[in-house]
Ligand binder design. Sequence first.
Ligand code: ADP
Length: 805
Amino acid sequence: MTAGITRVAEVVVEGTALFLDKRFDYAVPPDVDVAPGVRVVVPMRDSVRSGIVWAVREVAEAGRLRAVMRVMDRVPVLTPHQMRMAEWLCDRYGATLPEAVSAILPGAFRVRVRKVLVPNDGAQVPDDVKTSALFRWIAESGPEWSEVRARSKADERTARAWVGAGFVREEIRVDEAVGEKRRAYLVARAPDEVLRREAESRRRRARRQSDLLQQLAEAGEMMWDRRAFPPSSVAPLVEAELLAIAERRVTRAHPPRNEDAAWPELTPYQASAVRALTEMARQGHGVALLHGVTGSGKTEVYMHLIRAAIEGGGQALVLVPEIALTPQLVQRFERRFGGRVAVLHSGLSLGERREEWTRVLDGDANVVIGARSAVFAPMRDLRLVVIDEEHEPSYKQEDAPHYDAREVAMWRAREAGALVVLGSATPSVASMLRVEQGDARLVSLPVRANQRPLPPVDVIDMREELRAGNRSIFSRRLAEELERTVSEGMQAILFLNRRGYAHAALCRACGHSMECPRCDIHLTVHRKAEGHALVCHYCGHEEPLVRRCPACGEEALVPYGLGTEQVEQHLLRTWPAMRVLRMDWDTTRRKGALESIIERFQRGEADVLVGTQMIAKGLDFPRVRLVGVVAADAMLTLPDYRANERAFQLLTQVAGRAGRADTDGITLIQTYQPGHRAIQAARSHDYRAFYERERESREFFRYPPFCELAVFLASHAEERLARGAAARFERELARSASAASLTVLPAGPSGIRRIDNVYRYQVVMKYASWQDVKEDVVRAYRLVKEKMNRLGGSAVLDVNAQRIG
Ligand code: ADP
């Protein structure tokens, strides 16, 4: 470095306030190393914050710039590609740079910076100060100024005086979210020897030790579970040199699996899909839509493409809608690619997430599987992106920065020259339109991998059942098929898209329905140990269900509208011997609960699995013969322009769970609207017909993909302020230059006007191209957001919104 030249770091500072949405300049001390992408600690106003160095430049005169206080990394935590991605997120979604960075970088890399008060060691502190309660508190807890202020104004003044006098000083504490984790492993010295000696000495050893040796002989090594094998039982085995204890850095969220080499022979359709897609990949960036009917073996195609990508030295990214719902899929990848797989999901601890991230960054893992946020993983040589079940709405993030993982993936793939494969049995209207417009290439798998036909889908008109005097929730046909399936030792899946016992509680005398006191939404009935309860699915409010109606006083409140709990109960009441499992949000909240339900059903421990849409996604149970949709009507009436598309997709997906192996399957759909086109299309497995009609109606009513939607949402505990903010936003847009390119729907309450006592008002916009309108929309958004934040409310902008309100 030349004398007189100072380096200046441009830093993106962490925080959600709008004023932080620019880079701040800091001088870099001469003896300090910085590079773009490293984390630093910097002074900001009268506090300290963490940030990321975005650029470094040299200036002749640093002037009065404040200096970088600490550098956290030698190796950047963000790659240049990820930094460009952050800038793109801002441009595409109106996000701020700190918002974009916090979406990209896992929480495990967050640095917590605090300025705390501590006694000044060198100072002569008078005894009366030293023994005062305030001084002792500071010495013990090292508080921040805000904590001192919270104690009392007088204490704050005293503390300031002590800082002035040198009794107390400010100290900066930097906590990295997590360090590296180490765990103890038990390692078999020589597995064969262990097994032989175990057999010899079985009689003499305690049961516990036998168990341990048996397990070790099979596994070679395992994490030391001290509860199962306390040190007292392990120590003698170490002494006998049968096993050793090793400290290991935890590098895997899952134990590494051995790759099993079995790659089944591809079906002719799979083989030609692999050929076409491999050829595309060779040509660099491109987008393919792999439309494969349920059970057609899309996963096998993905795996061949991945193998080609990593054998060529590249990396592959596989996005799935919800990783927790797809343990079977993850296992399939792990069996094929073993330790080269990194799995990113929200169940990981901070340390595990950091480890997985680092393995990707270092190139130790070259196949990354994860849900939405895995799209930000730090691959350096991305060759292939697979987006499985590309039609799923969960790819869209519902919080700031409201990104759509599909769009981010396409951006990344374009930058990296990689192939994108969108996979689905029911492609979204948007993706199929992309094919029509020549922006994506269609590759089809029209038949199942087991060469059997798709299961027949029969529609049952529930109005007929009622006329015939059957008031049960099961039609006669469904009841018969259930009995037959179970008696033949096969399994059934019953699908209902509503959790809880009943949809609502309704008064039979006056029609009153019970609403949440804090939200504008009706309460759902749930079964509890102590009887029925009313639960709000939005804020968690809970109250017992009583008979007396609060509106009219009659003893006439009853549960109304089916939920999964009630289906389970009806099954058990009608067929007491039937073994039933239920899979919905309520039964899978506990960690590991979902995997356990899937495994138990797979092992045949239940005859029937009742569930919500969770059961529609990607599950592969060979013994399922029958799929029953208990009430399709619950899906047909959603107030959303995509309601038909969602209904068709869900029906097709859940029907696709039947007859996946060597048996014929059947699907029965119960409904009061048998003629509905989503149902008819699902019945005839006619994606094409459904798509054509849906496309037509979207074009006619000008809905996506024939335009894009954005939603501005203002929230405040005072309704007047939320309403005012939305109105202000609308006015700003009306006088903006791009008003002509925007269709702005009148400001009004969001779909649910109040959640947890916070009022929500929105403005919906339609436009042809975000590029044309973004400047004005983002300007208006920031103007109103700034004001809302000052007033204690909030404002968010959802660009390319997938739902309205
Ligand atoms: P999809 O994701 O398209 O619904 P899967 O990839 O889950 O389908 O495949 C459906 C079933 O067919 C799985 O049990 C899978 O193991 C099996 N399968 C797929 N391809 C083959 C093949 N080439 N040979 C034998 N079995 C296959």
